[in-house]
Design a protein around this ligand. Structure first.
Ligand SMILES: [Zn+2]
Length: 90
């Protein structure tokens, strides 16, 4: 027997689901997709940790950098949650 049969491909597909979910969430939160794909595939519970981690960099349309304190805040924010200063209109 050489190559992958239907059962093996099915098992790999099921294992990849948490990885794809983790990579998608990571991308939306400005984190490294590939690292979170591997981590979520091996440890699916890592997705729960990812949901509570703050974003690490600006993501267009989701997170931006505060013009005053340089912390990452939500794109729609009108006041920075870190320094409390009003944000310039988008
Ligand atoms: Zn700020």
């Amino acid at each position: 027997m050489f190559g992958l049969g239907g059962t093996e491909v099915g098992i790999l597909a099921v294992l990849a689901v948490p990885g794809i979910v983790g990579a998608t969430i990571a991308g939306r939160r400005g984190r490294l997709r590939f690292s979170w794909f591997i981590l979520s595939t091996v440890f699916p519970f890592a997705i729960l940790i990812l949901l509570f981690l703050p974003p690490t960099r600006p993501v267009k349309g989701r997170y931006k950098t505060c013009a005053f304190c340089a912390e990452i805040i939500r794109h729609q924010a009108t006041v920075c949650k870190h320094c409390g200063r009003d944000q310039p209109a988008i």
